[in-house]
Design a protein around this ligand. Structure first.
Ligand code: SME
Length: 173
């Protein structure tokens, strides 16, 4: 009797080749000084390099708000107050936040109603919060602990080579 159970395999997304994504990101961004161009290419690279992701992109800190940056996916809300939603909470706490079921996250901001799980990785330069990198999935519990660790490393590569601008105004966060 076969032990193969295809329905079990569908519970997990195919593994992402994060090592390849990291080296592709480095190669793609390293010679371009423009941060917005680098952010756009990074979002596209990750979006197309991962399965079961329906939105992937940036929000950048502008005063007490996060403002939409380059992304792939459906149009999204343009402005999130720090502390609000999954993005604002991750930004305020300066910690990666993975939500297995956004329906059970109080204050989740629904941009695409298809989204069921989400992970948000803060963009930090030392103590300074630059923004967040946000990924949504139409699958519950899409983002594992392995994804969290690997995405933090990928965002670290991004922050190292994307050339984030110095803040125009030094403001308390
Ligand atoms: N769901 C996010 C809002 C951004 S979208 O997912 C693109 C949140 O709750 O912060």
């Amino acid at each position: 009797m076969s032990m193969h159970r295809p329905q079990d395999e569908r519970k997990h997304s195919p593994r992402t080749d994060y090592e390849s994504l990291g080296s592709q990101a480095y190669d793609l961004l390293k010679d371009e000084p423009d941060f917005i161009a680098n952010s756009a290419n990074f979002a596209s690279l990750v979006y197309h390099g991962m399965s079961d992701v329906n939105w992937c992109g940036f929000y950048f800190k502008r005063g007490a708000d996060l403002v939409l940056g380059p992304f792939c996916g459906k149009p999204a809300c343009t402005r999130i107050v720090l502390g609000q939603g999954v993005c604002g909470r991750a930004a305020a706490q300066r910690q990666t936040l993975a939500v297995d079921d956004v329906g059970s996250f109080a204050g989740h901001i629904a941009c695409d109603t298809a989204s069921q799980s989400e992970i948000v990785v803060p963009l930090l330069r030392g103590d300074e919060l630059i923004g967040v990198f946000d990924l949504d999935s139409a699958r519950l519990a899409r983002f594992t602990l392995q994804d969290k660790v690997a995405l933090e490393e990928l965002v670290h590569v991004f922050m190292t080579v994307a050339n984030p601008p110095e803040p125009l105004i030094h403001e308390p966060v």
